[in-house]
Design a protein around this ligand. Structure first.
Ligand code: SAM
Ligand code: SF4
Length: 327
């Protein structure tokens, strides 16, 4: 099988699909408050997305993650999960959500074949939740998490962006909550991809988080099954009660083993979260031009750079903010 291999030998089997750029929160680190969303008519339909996945699967893509914007705002998302699950070669479907609409949808998503679930939650404090997301919603997220557990999702990962000025207060309570509830907590280092002014000083690095958790929760050790090529550094509590991951995209970029490509809600193909160029595949999908889609995928991956330049003076922030790319 022809595979999506770039000039650095990286094989791309992981496709992240944004199903909408809309969101019911306005997280400061992700998007501006005033934003013009895509017209609904510009979005790829479920049939369009599935067609693209079918072609990508012939090039070795087997992992899909649905994201956004807030993916649960897209009507009848379980149908898309079902359609993708039926594509030969797709073995793994995940969803990243802010959880606000999860309580009503968790069961249907599980029944449709979704198994990997990441719920974003930066704080258990309602005031800081509002400060970070400019909206209320903490009780809904907690209800969503409970419903996901009842529906059978296991493990459920809780994603928290680690921003100085916030996470100092929240790291330990979040870790205790996740340990009690059986969720896997993953901290994500704060990246320059939102509409706000990113400052390196606001990035809380992995070693600080580990120190706080060791002092405030319990001793940690690298997880026995930790794979150094994976994006998250994985740790286990020494008492066996749970694990914690840290995605250190800034201090320890995983570009060297990156296996990800991305499709935006309106059908733009991107070979990196921080890519400055993208390819419009919607006309190819709409024309039923599978050979054209394959060629676009192969060429886009061949064009991929060695890695983002967040840590160098050469870094140029993409024009799109995170919500419009798909996190
Ligand atoms: N709305 C969904 C959610 O919040 O989970 C899915 C889309 S969101 C863009 C995906 C993930 O990106 C979330 O976990 C969010 O916290 C993370 N994210 C957004 N902006 C970020 C930033 N500047 N740095 C690090 N992570 C960020
Ligand atoms: Fe919405 Fe997710 Fe971005 Fe927050 S991080 S504004 S929930 S897309």
């Amino acid at each position: 099988m022809t595979a999506l291999v770039d000039t650095f030998g990286r094989i791309h089997n992981n496709l992240r699909i944004s199903v909408t750029d809309r969101c019911n929160l306005r997280c400061t680190y992700c998007m501006p408050e005033d934003v013009t969303f895509l017209d609904k008519s510009a979005l790829l339909s479920f049939e369009d997305i599935t067609r693209f996945v079918e072609v990508a699967a012939t090039l070795g893509v087997n992992k899909i993650r649905l994201t956004g914007g807030e993916p649960l705002l897209r009507r009848d998302l379980p149908s898309l999960v079902k359609m993708i699950a039926a594509v030969p070669g797709i073995t793994d479907i995940g969803l990243t959500t802010n959880g606000l609409l999860l309580a009503n949808q968790a069961g249907a998503l599980f029944d449709a074949g979704l198994r990997r679930l990441n719920v974003s939650l930066d704080t258990l404090d309602a005031g800081r939740f509002f400060e970070l997301s400019r909206r209320d919603g903490l009780p809904l997220v907690l209800a969503g998490l409970r419903a996901a557990k009842r529906a059978g999702f296991d493990p459920i990962k809780v994603n928290a962006v680690a921003i100085r000025g916030f996470i100092e207060h929240d790291a330990v309570p979040l870790a205790q909550f996740c340990r009690e509830e059986g969720f896997e907590l993953r901290f994500i280092e704060y990246m320059p991809i939102g509409a706000d002014v990113w400052e390196r000083e606001k990035v809380v690095f992995a070693h600080e988080l580990l120190e706080w958790l060791e002092a405030g929760v319990a001793p940690l050790a690298p997880a026995a099954d930790y794979d150094p090529r994976s994006p998250a550094m994985e740790f286990e509590y020494a008492d066996g009660r749970g694990r914690v991951g840290i995605i250190a995209s800034v201090s320890r970029p995983f570009c060297r083993s990156c296996n990800r490509i991305r499709l935006t809600a309106e059908g733009k193909l991107r070979n990196c979260l921080f890519a400055l160029d993208e390819v419009d595949v919607k006309p190819l999908i709409r024309a039923g031009d599978d050979a054209g889609i394959r060629a676009a995928l192969l060429a886009n991956v061949l064009d991929k750079w060695e890695g983002h330049e967040i840590n160098s003076a050469k870094f140029v922030k993409p024009l799109r903010t995170m919500h419009a790319i798909g996190g």
